[in-house]
Design a binder for this molecule. Structure first.
Ligand code: DAH
Length: 341
């Protein structure tokens, strides 16, 4: 017992504690000195072998050493824990120079994409883009377009009237012809894209709201031949290939003569298939030479002016371009559909 130098033991233990790098290692050192069979515990046990007078003095010294080392152990435990914490924080450090996560950008609806493409083509050909109100008066939607009140032609348009008023949801973009000619003198070339409404039972090819694109060109000698040339050029640029068109006689109250415009079917190249009811042709728009009454109702003299007008179903054109079989998909808000464009 006397041979043991407590000071040497202290420095040795202190050094080991100081050098330890992990809690596990530290635990081993603790056991080595202060565990059940630890060196210091052994010292306590051997105290009783000492003579009385030495026992008290050495006992106190061993006790002090024990307390001292306990404190050192506690300090070291804190130190190691602190170090571990710092290291994990460093690992979790955010690199602000990394490129950020890109926010998902929205994109244009297929109807908008096609509308913009059509606008671009007509603008290059000198047409101006004009808009009109979606809520209309009976005058602009019907009467001014040569469709008087009791005339059966009104039945062509299943109309949504607004309650307790003379207003209605426009059934076509044609009223903008009148609105524009009231305020602008020919020569003029306009297109009018816009939303229209019908009181329809919906199915794969009918919706209660859809889009049209109206066209109007008026001058001193604008003819059906000009119409044919412009519309053929339009389809060629739109579909980026030669498209055959044909004009069929038809009837609209606001044009005389009136015609329906067909294009050769894009699905079967005109050979005949289910998409074109095996005719090889697909109906694309109504058109005609502006009726004299339409000029009169706009304040223009039909003796001086003549021109053509046309009305194109935008939805139909988009369906043709992208081979979409159901018009209701446009208005369903279904992302599985929309994200394809
Ligand atoms: N407004 C007609 C409709 O909705 C389409 C139309 C036909 C417009 C002939 C025209 C036209 O400008 O000349 O059914």
């Amino acid at each position: 017992m006397e041979k043991i130098d407590l000071r040497l033991l202290k420095t040795r233990a202190e050094k080991e504690i100081e050098k330890s790098r992990s809690l596990k290692e530290l635990d081993g050192i603790f056991k080595k000195y202060l565990g059940k069979k630890g060196e210091i515990t052994q010292l306590f046990k051997s105290l009783k072998k000492l003579p009385e007078e030495k026992r008290a003095k050495i006992g106190r010294e061993v006790n002090e050493l024990k307390n001292f080392l306990k404190i050192r152990f506690d300090q070291k435990v804190e130190e190691i824990k602190e170090k571990i914490k710092r290291e994990t924080e460093e690992k979790e450090w955010i690199d602000i120079t990394l490129p950020g996560k890109k926010p998902v950008l929205g994109h244009l609806h297929p109807l908008t994409l096609v509308k913009r493409k059509i606008e671009e083509i007509f603008q290059v050909m000198g047409f101006k883009i004009v808009e009109g109100p979606e809520i209309e008066t009976e005058w602009y939607n019907f009467d001014a377009l040569n469709i008087p009140k009791e005339h059966p032609a009104r039945d062509f348009w299943d109309t949504l009237y607004l309650k307790n008023s003379k207003l209605l949801l426009r059934t076509h973009t044609s009223p903008v012809q009148i609105r524009f000619m009231e305020k602008n003198q020919p020569p003029l070339r306009i297109i009018v894209p816009g939303r229209v409404f019908r009181h329809e039972a919906t199915d794969a090819s009918h919706e209660i709201n859809f889009y049209q694109l109206e066209g109007l060109m008026v001058g001193k000698d604008i003819s059906a031949a000009n119409f044919r040339a412009i519309i053929e050029e339009f389809f060629k640029r739109f579909f980026q290939k030669n498209i055959k068109i044909r004009l069929r006689p038809s009837y609209f109250p606001f044009t005389e003569p009136s015609f329906e415009v067909d294009i050769s079917c894009l699905v079967c190249q005109g050979k005949g298939c289910p998409a074109c009811a095996h005719s090889g042709w697909v109906e694309m728009m109504g058109a005609g030479m502006v009726h004299p009454n339409v000029f009169k109702n706009s304040g223009l003299n039909p003796k001086f002016w003549q021109g053509f007008a046309f009305g194109l179903g935008l939805d139909r054109l988009v369906m043709m371009k992208y081979k979409i079989s159901d018009i209701r998909l446009f208005y369903s808000g279904d992302l599985r559909f929309l994200n394809q464009f």
